[in-house]
Design a protein around this ligand. Structure first.
Ligand SMILES: [Zn+2]
Length: 497
């Protein structure tokens, strides 16, 4: 395999010099010369091709872009991971630990072996069903070090092109790009003096910021043994840092026992039911499963009310299709979101294009106005193709009631919580249900919910409001009775003591 990479690279050099002159061949030849300099800086082709496996530890911080307590903030929490990548045998293992604001701790990981990826959860002690992973996706997940990026470029050398010169971090760089196995175009900044890879970047479409630049920066590169290794690997979106990782204990070509790629002991294998496209909870009250989330919709006499717009336009289009199939010939007049996080509101622009009025928390109006105005020129969404002025009706005095005399929904702002500063819920007084997002999540297989600080805050709010509640319908997971909710909070308190 590594030999063949070398041979392909050599053939390309021979072939390129034999090709007739054109801007394409010129650009390729220039880019190849830059790549060769970088390969030499990392010890030469033979050294790179001899890398069979890499192990490393990450200690750093996750930065919660679009997952912070206030829109636009960048809350940080600790993140640690242990990673082993066996390039020779296409195997990998990653175990990571971190959290989202509000007590959402996670400790999970995955193993990749024999073309399958199996995820596991070390808090719940469960493993998910294995899923096929293509070699292209496997490679996309191995770009932890400059050497691994360069190995990928060498394999894809035919797609190399010269972009130009640029100053980055006040140092002159030569910039080349190539197309990865999975079709992404990555632009590489190679330090003109040292030949080291300072960063790579690519254009992406972000559900909140539209046309965006995603960067991976390698900083503090120094010699560890015979290898040059960066001290940090930092991700940034449009210049805002999204992951700030220190790289420790980087080791190449360790003896790896096959056990390294087995699942941890004592896990319970779980399976997830195929989601039902539409669930009718009561007359006029439904949820649709879109992109793995539950989206609430209510059939009023003259219009439809939707709550939650998770993910992105693709998820919204899927939800809207199901909603209109269930309730034909009525407009979606109102849409509400529980909070501004992208897994709850990332698809909001599709509903703006639909002409729906947005019922939101007052503190989130400025943020969503900004979202309505960003550019989506690379991958135009519906709002870009059919522009429409968004309409907002922020909650007043923390409450809004929608009713047609038969069906009633009360939308509440539950106030400052550990997960977000303003959170909306939808309460059905006749059915005694509450639709909520992130206040008590539950796995799709129906395993018991695990409460956290955010759930405790919500339960205290229900009790202080003296609301009669029999069950909550979560955005993440199946319906949960209030008895199971209280049990989860009790168990959390027992564990804490
Ligand atoms: Zn959230």
């Amino acid at each position: 395999m590594t030999k063949s990479i070398g041979i392909v690279a050599m053939l390309l050099i021979v072939v390129s010099s034999a090709l007739p002159q054109s801007l394409t061949t010129e650009s390729f030849a220039k880019a190849k010369a830059v790549l060769d300099r970088s390969v030499a800086a990392y010890g030469g082709m033979e050294e790179l091709n001899a890398i069979g496996n890499v192990s490393l530890r990450i200690t750093g911080e996750s930065v919660h872009r679009n997952q912070s307590r206030r829109p636009g903030d960048m809350d940080r929490t600790p993140y640690t991971a242990e990673i082993v990548i066996d390039l020779k045998n296409s195997r990998a293992r990653q175990v990571q630990k971190g959290q989202y604001p509000g007590g959402f701790n996670w400790n999970n990981g995955f193993v990749v072996d024999s073309g399958n990826r199996t995820g596991f959860d070390l808090i719940r002690k469960t493993s998910n069903p294995p899923g096929a992973i293509t070699p292209a996706i496997f490679k996309a997940n191995t770009r932890w070090l400059p050497q691994l990026v360069l190995l990928n470029v060498l394999e894809r050398a035919q797609s190399l092109r010269y972009v130009g010169k640029a100053d980055y971090e006040r140092r002159p760089h030569e910039v080349v790009d190539y197309v990865t196995n999975d079709g992404a175009r990555l632009t590489l900044y190679i330090d003109q003096q040292t030949g080291l890879l300072s960063k790579f970047e690519t254009l992406v479409t972000d559900s909140f910021s539209g046309d965006s630049l995603f960067e991976t920066r390698f900083t503090g590169q120094r010699k560890v043994g015979k290898y040059i290794v960066p001290a940090r690997r930092v991700n940034a979106l449009n210049g805002d840092i999204t992951n700030d990782f220190g790289l420790a204990d980087v080791a190449f070509n360790l003896e790896l026992a096959p056990e390294r790629f087995k699942l941890p002991e004592g896990l319970r294998a779980v399976t997830f039911p195929t989601p039902t496209p539409v669930t009718k909870h009561a007359d006029k009250i439904y949820t649709t499963s879109a992109g793995g989330y539950n989206v609430l919709f209510v059939d009023f006499n003259d219009y439809i009310f939707v709550m939650e717009t998770p993910g992105n336009e693709r998820v919204s289009l899927q939800a809207i299709e199901q909603i209109k199939k269930t309730i034909p010939n009525k407009p979606i007049k109102y849409v509400a979101v529980t909070h501004h996080h992208d897994d709850h509101a990332g698809g909001i622009r599709t509903y703006m294009a639909e002409g729906a009025t947005l019922i939101i928390a007052p503190s989130e109006e400025a943020f969503f106005k900004k979202v309505s105005a960003v550019r989506f020129s690379a991958d135009p969404d519906t709002l870009t193709r059919k522009p429409r002025e968004p309409k907002f009706e922020p909650l007043q005095n923390g409450k809004r009631v929608l009713t047609d005399g038969t069906t009633t929904v009360e939308i509440y702002d539950i106030g400052k919580g550990p997960h977000a500063e303003q959170m909306l819920v939808a309460y059905f007084p006749d059915q005694k249900w509450i639709f909520q997002g992130d206040l008590l999540n539950r796995p799709a297989n129906g395993d018991a919910p695990i409460a956290n600080d955010t759930s405790v805050h919500f339960l205290n709010w229900i009790d202080s409001k003296k609301l009669a509640v029999e069950a909550t319908i979560p955005v993440h997971g199946p319906l949960t009775t209030i008895a199971d909710f209280r049990k989860a909070v009790e168990e959390m308190k027992v564990k804490a003591n």
